[in-house]
Write a new protein. Structure first.
Length: 202
């Protein structure tokens, strides 16, 4: 199955460029997200929280997690957290196959999909809360099947308070960069987000 971006205006931009665009003041809506959202997957917990993290021997995962990981089996439905408009569908970089949706007050980033719902793949852009966006897969940088869900409202924000799910039992404390440096360790490289004027054009 093939997919294409939902809007021609976003075609040809990488995930980093789109995220950079979304971080520009005024573009990602200044209002705050609604108090609770539809869960994007039927996950009872968050396996990797928002914030600083170091995953030993996996520098490609970055040193800061700009969203949350929700464990789910391969093929589990991924649903829109609220009404919105699809602004991008990509299959590259650490997020693998992912969808960007402009919701009211934030942009939702749904990553590591196995497939996109056919209607979105052929150009439908409007989604309602709870609409199927695709299914969980193994694309991008993953260590077990899960959905990465991020929220951008002028800047990345922690989705956990809006989802209302706790950390998974037995979740391992992820050392912060300060803790690593204090113990004499080195920080691995992290992801970089560019503003439009910094992005290297093709």
């Amino acid at each position: 199955m093939t997919y294409k971006p939902a809007s021609r205006e976003w075609r040809g931009y990488s995930r980093a460029a789109l995220i950079g665009l979304l971080l520009l003041p005024g573009l990602a809506v200044a209002r705050s997200p609604p108090p609770t959202l539809v869960l994007p997957v039927s996950s009872p917990c968050i396996s990797s929280p928002f914030g600083p993290r170091i995953i030993p021997n996996h520098p490609q995962a970055g040193t800061y997690h700009y969203g949350v990981d929700l464990p789910a089996p391969e093929g589990a439905e991924v649903r829109a957290t609220a009404f919105g408009k699809v602004i991008g569908i990509h299959n590259s970089g650490p997020g693998g196959l992912e969808i960007l949706v402009q919701h009211e007050g934030y942009v939702g980033v749904y990553s590591h999909l196995g497939m996109v719902t056919p209607a979105l793949a052929v150009g439908r852009t409007t989604v309602m809360a709870g609409d199927k966006l695709g299914v969980v897969g193994h694309t991008g940088v993953v260590f077990g099947t899960h959905l990465y869900f991020g929220m951008i409202a002028g800047r990345p924000i922690d989705p956990a308070p809006y989802l209302g799910v706790p950390l998974c039992a037995g979740a391992v404390h992820q050392r912060t960069p300060a803790e690593i440096l204090e113990s004499g360790g080195k920080l691995p490289p992290t992801r970089h987000y560019y503003l439009l004027d910094q992005f290297p054009y093709k």
